[in-house]
Ligand binder design. Structure first.
Ligand code: PLP
Length: 450
């Protein structure tokens, strides 16, 4: 299709550099413009409807076009469209949301701190941890351990935590002092003859070896998503988190649970921390916090983290950190209304009710001749395609995603894995329709490959 210079696609190509996009391919092919959304659906500029099988970017829990969120934003814009939280100022929405999050927290937490994105939340977690180590008179305790295929964002520090090559390549990352340990993907990384228990034991032993090599007194924290999302939807094997946490406890290393995808119901509990039995010192949340109607993220920190930070800020005279948008009243008001909808409509109950169907439809696709593995939990899952002669690793996934898109379903290709993470408001009938498209697209793709 030729792109007219004055069309949205034409002007996009002329003026806009895109995130996570091959700019040269975009110059040739243009972008797909999305115009509006309703429930689990979005519509492109030509009026074509798609099931948003990824809830945008793993985030639009309550679906598109939710008028209660529009109203919450409008009300707040009329009363106080902006105020900050620097220099001991505050406002109702920030206080209400902080209280709500501390009350909801899956483990005892002391304070909430607001940021604007998942990346900023994780970046801030590192700064808080460094500040804390200095406060405790342990200036050498600064290194952070993350995992291969973990995704924690794209700021300098968060991209360093992220364990994916495209976030490091040509950016001169990771920064020094950040280390990546094993990815808990059993099928991909188990060694010959290793069962799940042996694999878990090796993950824990490798972590401990890394800690001992670097010196436990130099390691401040470990960060992990309870269930990995953007690395390919990887649910760790039974006992994994227990084994990892035992090593961290032994060496006095803090745990940061990155709940940016898992938080607010995705895995079948309100937090992935509960699903996976974590005892984090810091939890970072974003995405489903506001259903991404407004950019907002938060850190929940326990007393082990808060008290030394408070002491240090008392000594220095300030906690010298904060964003203009930290605790933005409109974003906070939208987040509060979004959390109210999640609770009032019992969307967690909907996840629990539909997860068996969602996961069994994924599992059924595993026997497709093109597939090698289905993985998932709650309302998040992925199907990995088997390697195929004539195709480099990571080539098949985007091709299948394109067929699915043509057929009216947005999924996300992560290498050769196709992920789905739909809005939490999805119905049983819509789950069925989504997987019918997935299945038909697989067959169609197989026919194309022959
Ligand atoms: N952490 C996790 C687990 C994520 O999935 C993401 C984004 O996908 C981030 C952090 C980064 O969030 P943001 O894109 O808002 O910076």
């Amino acid at each position: 299709m030729t792109i007219q210079p004055n069309s949205i696609e034409g002007r996009d190509r002329a003026y806009h550099l895109h995130s996570y996009t091959n700019a040269k391919a975009l110059e040739r092919d243009g972008a797909l413009a999305i115009e509006r959304g309703e429930g689990i659906y979005v519509y492109d500029a030509s009026g074509k409807r798609y099931i948003e099988g990824m809830a945008g970017l793993w985030s639009v829990a309550v679906g598109f076009g939710e008028q209660r969120l529009v109203e919450a934003a409008r009300r707040q814009l009329e009363t106080l469209p902006y105020y900050h939280t620097f220099s001991a100022r505050t406002h109702g929405p920030a206080v209400d949301l902080a209280e709500k999050l501390i009350r909801m927290a899956p483990v005892p937490m002391s304070k909430a701190y607001f940021t604007n994105s998942g990346s900023e939340a994780n970046d801030t977690a590192i700064k808080m941890i460094w500040y804390r180590s200095n406060a405790l008179g342990k200036p050498e305790k600064k290194k952070i351990i993350s995992r291969i295929k973990g995704y924690h964002g794209v700021t300098l520090a968060s991209a360093s935590l992220t364990g994916l090559p495209n976030n490091h390549r040509s950016f001169d990352l990771p920064l020094p002092g950040i280390f990546h340990t094993n990815c808990p993907h059993f099928r991909a990384f188990a060694q010959e003859g290793e069962d799940e228990a042996a694999f878990v034991a090796r993950c824990a032993a490798d972590l401990e070896a890394l800690i001992e090599r670097e010196g436990a007194e130099t390691i401040a924290a470990f960060i992990g998503e309870p269930v990995m999302g953007a690395g390919g939807v990887i649910v760790p094997p039974a006992g994994y988190w227990q084994a990892i946490q035992a090593v961290l406890k032994k060496h006095d290393i803090l745990l940061i649970a990155d709940e940016v995808i898992c938080g607010f119901g995705r895995t079948g509990e309100m937090f992935g921390t509960t699903t996976m039995g974590l005892e984090p010192d810091i939890i970072t949340v974003s995405k489903q916090l506001s259903s991404s109607y407004q950019p907002i993220s938060a850190l929940l920190i326990n007393d082990r983290v808060y008290q030394p930070i408070a002491e240090e800020s008392g000594r220095i005279g300030t906690f010298g950190h904060g964003y203009t948008g930290s605790g933005h009243p409109v974003a906070a008001a939208v987040a509060l209304e979004n959390l109210a909808i999640i609770e009032e409509r019992n969307l967690l109950g909907n996840v629990q009710a539909l997860a068996p169907l969602f996961q069994s439809r994924f599992k059924a696709l595993e026997s497709h001749p093109l597939a090698i593995e289905a993985r998932g939990i709650g309302l998040i899952g992925a199907l990995e395609l088997a390697p195929r002669e004539g195709f480099a690793t990571g080539q098949l996934g985007p091709k299948l995603a394109a067929v699915m898109q043509e057929n009216g379903l947005f999924s996300r290709a992560i290498g050769d894995s196709l992920a789905l993470c739909p809005p939490l408001i999805i119905t049983e009938q819509q789950v069925g329709a989504m997987f019918d498209i997935f299945e038909a697209s697989l067959d169609q793709f197989q026919a194309q490959l022959k």
